[in-house]
Design a protein. Structure first.
Length: 113
């Protein structure tokens, strides 16, 4: 008797199966369009936000402060190395000053360093 009370679900026809496939395809397209729309909206909003911030910042003003050159500074203060001796290496094209209480020493081939 239990078998008589149970209902057998109807088998969907081919037209109903095609209709459900079309609906799922349309859902996929709708979701894809929604995702792309949200992404484009975020991109445009970010661009507009970035350009509005860059316009609102005032341009940095550059102030020029005169700085005396080393020659001017030493002329005013006096040259602290005025009484120093000068050591020159002509092969290398260099020279430097050293205090009078220092003395160069010979290290290589009787050359002073």
């Amino acid at each position: 008797m239990d078998n008589q009370n149970q209902q057998v679900p109807p088998v969907p026809s081919q037209e109903e199966a095609k209709a459900s496939n079309n609906l799922s395809f349309l859902k996929i397209i709708a979701y894809g369009f929604a995702i792309v729309s949200v992404g484009v909206s975020i991109a445009i909003g970010g661009y507009l936000l970035g350009t509005s911030k860059s316009k609102s910042q005032p341009a940095a003003q550059i102030s020029v402060t005169p700085v005396p050159s080393p020659a001017e500074a030493s002329a005013k203060e006096g040259d602290p190395t005025a009484n120093w001796k000068t050591y020159t290496v002509t092969k290398l094209g260099i020279e430097f000053k050293y205090p009078p209480n220092f003395s160069p020493i010979a290290i290589f081939d009787n050359e002073l360093f």
